[in-house]
Design a protein around this ligand. Sequence first.
Ligand SMILES: [Fe+2]
Length: 355
Amino acid sequence: MHVQKPLSKSPPQSTAPGTVMVRPLLLKPQWMNGLSERLLVSHYENNYGGALRRLNDIRARLAGLDWARTPSFEINGLKREELIAAGSVILHEIYFDSLGGHGDNPPTGHAEPPAGLAQALERDFGSVGAWRAEFTTMAKALAGGSGWAILAWSERLGRLVNQWAADHAHGLAGAAPILALDMYEHAYHLDFGAKAAAYVDQALANLNWERIGARYLLAIGERTGDDELFLPFGAPSRQEARISAEELKVALESDNDRRPVLLDVCLPRDLPRRKDMLAGAAMHAPAALSHWIKELPRDRPIAVYCICGFQVSGTAVAELRRRGYNARALIGGITAWHAIGGATVPLDTSIYEGA
Ligand SMILES: [Fe+2]
């Protein structure tokens, strides 16, 4: 299994086979409606990233196992941990995908499900309002404990269900989650303390119904995931203009001529959001491109990154490629790099000029 998608596309096979690859944040963490960037990025990098790293470590251990000689208690332990880590990875990805505004805009707090999903919610719960009341009450009932509130499509039951989950491995058999709300304390404590109910209400005011609706159509087989809805806004649409964090990690370990030159692009207003960078990267403002472009080699690959891999790196890569440079944008930016456990060094702005 080589798992990563804009929901169903497989990435280039330049990383270890079997690696479960990081999914980028699709929400803009600095512009959410009452959920802080600190909370969302910590959750994504540490809890989601931690589960992803754990899953890949467990899968590597399983791949090297001598099954005939391994004691059953060890197999039980590894397979149990694999199930928990995989459930955590998948549910966190659905959680983060389910939040955010449209394009470059923050969530309004007033978005409603698209027509197809709204009709399904009416059919199965009586109305969108009745679904919302049941879902939020179910989520709030998990306050003080932990788990997930999930909206899932069950083929067998022939309907959408609000599913209660006590942990990452708790799911309705055969059902496809289309919306997942994280009720572990790490999902809200930084912003809301112990006020889990306030967090539930705020999370519901940040839903990206367009993506949730797309997931519903995927679940019932009426759509594929091969579209830009599941790419960070402003990221290059063509795969050859993007590089994953895992691919970059491998490429940086390669010999000199294949090793990418690292370019860190950051808007002046975003500098206060930054603490670190990739070792060896040159940090520049996008607006000063005419100054720093002369330093870039034409005979080397160039990996360009920004904070989350939205339009800051996407626009820079489009311009560099237009001018004939072999530039690719890091999918998910330095945030995804953190999530896979990539090394960084303290921020160096010594060559940075604003424009
Ligand atoms: Fe979480």
